[in-house]
Write a new protein. Structure first.
Length: 391
């Protein structure tokens, strides 16, 4: 067993030698303000990249003002997270308000309804009309330059060996910014790894995470849009109220739970700030939760698929409720009216056994691949955490 694990680790070493993702230890025993002190040693490009992102945003004064306005209203983060933010601001010499504001990026991009049927004025936009009710300036949020849709998550059972694997595409534009900020954070306590996560430099929260162990788990976050009128308002009001951001709550769950079931229980009940999917795989288990801020809207369970399939899948839309927005999403390689999910399913449905190779093919097929900046193939039972960035 031990030899197998070592063999896998060396295989992973080989993989990271060909597709290097910078790795950085985030030592939780260190004072939060100093946890990122040497981050620019592993990613010298991080500083220039976040500065160019800042300059791009600062070029749009009204938008930056709105971000600061929301951030001010929200106030300081919890002490630990605020400490990390202050440390990052000190190192990069970026304004603290800016570093504070970009922490909200996952929540704020749930506003970006990707229906390209936006013909009227900002006030006619279904999300914006809700936001304008809160504050007239919020129409500038429509110009947020980052976008999340394009993600794909698949959890599948291999009928040959009975193990469960997990495949993930992370899509985040602008690609030249987000792609250059990806790194792997190894979170440690007492010199031991607590969990690891794919991170974006400057953003203090987890995005694709892995908790090793006999009953460990892997967690992927995907953007989910509001499912009812009023959901954008709810999200902003949660930001105002200073609720912990989704990614922070998940980071804390990774820190404090070691089993799939405990993590599932907490991810199902912890308050979220915005809608989001949680894609959770474990040893012979898998769940996809469609979260609303205060509840779980829908659950997909591996093995209980109505169609009898050996997999569960999600991109960024409630396809199980026939969310029409999926069909207008232009991010897949075949453009609008060709949902990324459908193309991944073609690959999965054509395979006899859902091996990691099949999953890899599914997330890389032309119709599914989007503005992908990070990919993972994970199998918790086999200790496989194979991460890479497409070039
Ligand atoms: C990051 O870039 C800014 C602006 O160029 C500079 O002032 C700061 O010292 C840089 N920080 C690091 C750690 O290189
Ligand atoms: C697009 O917008 C037009 C005009 O507002 C509307 O009539 C039409 O139903 C919309 N189409 C979709 C798919 O929402
Ligand atoms: C890891 O993923 C790469 C694709 O990036 C694949 O070529 C390789 O075979 C995988 N390695 C393992 C151990 O699964």
């Amino acid at each position: 067993m031990k030899t197998a694990v070592l063999l896998l680790l060396s295989l992973l070493g080989l993989v990271s030698a060909t597709n290097p993702i910078p790795q950085y230890v985030i030592d939780l025993d260190v004072d939060p303000e100093h946890r990122y002190d040497t981050i620019f040693d592993v990613g010298p490009q991080f500083n220039d990249t976040v500065w160019s992102f800042y300059n791009q945003l600062a070029g749009d004064g009204p938008l930056l003002n709105v971000l600061y306005k929301i951030s001010d209203k929200r106030g300081d983060y919890n002490e630990e997270q605020q400490g990390e933010i202050n440390g990052l601001a000190r190192l990069s010499k970026l304004p603290v308000e800016f570093v504070q504001s970009i922490q909200m990026l996952y929540e704020l991009q749930t506003i970006m309804v990707p229906i390209v049927n936006f013909t009227g004025t900002a006030a006619d936009h279904p999300a914006v009309s809700e936001l304008l009710d809160l504050d007239q300036d919020y129409e500038h949020l429509l110009r947020i330059p980052w976008r999340g849709p394009g993600c794909t998550g698949i959890i599948a059972l291999n009928s040959d060996d009975g193990s469960v694997s997990h495949a993930r595409n992370l899509d985040f534009s602008p690609v030249d910014v987000m792609g250059n900020l990806v790194y792997e954070g190894i979170f440690t306590k007492g010199g031991q790894e607590v969990f690891r996560s794919q991170m974006i430099a400057g953003y203090t929260m987890v995005i694709t995470a892995y908790k090793a162990g006999q009953d460990g788990y892997a967690l992927e976050r995907n953007t989910r849009y509001g499912d009812h009128t009023g959901s954008y308002k709810e999200m902003v009001q949660n930001l105002w109220a200073g609720r912990d951001l989704n990614g922070w709550s998940l980071r804390k769950i990774l820190e404090s739970t070691s089993t799939f079931d405990d993590a599932l229980e907490q991810i199902s009940t912890v308050p979220y700030t915005s809608t989001e999917y949680a894609i959770l795989s474990g040893v012979k288990k898998g769940k996809i939760l469609a979260r609303n801020p205060d509840n779980v809207a829908h659950t997909q369970t591996l093995g209980e698929n109505e169609d009898g399939d050996d997999y569960i899948i999600i991109t960024n839309f409630d396809f199980f409720w026939k969310d029409v927005r999926e069909w207008f999403d232009p991010t897949g390689g075949k453009g609008a009216f060709h949902p990324r999910r459908v193309y991944a399913q073609k690959v999965l449905d054509a395979a006899d056994v859902l091996t990691t190779d099949v999953l890899w093919e599914a997330i890389n097929n032309e119709g599914t691949f989007a503005d992908t900046i990070f990919q993972a193939i994970i199998n918790v039972e086999q200790g496989l955490w194979n991460i890479s960035q497409p070039f």
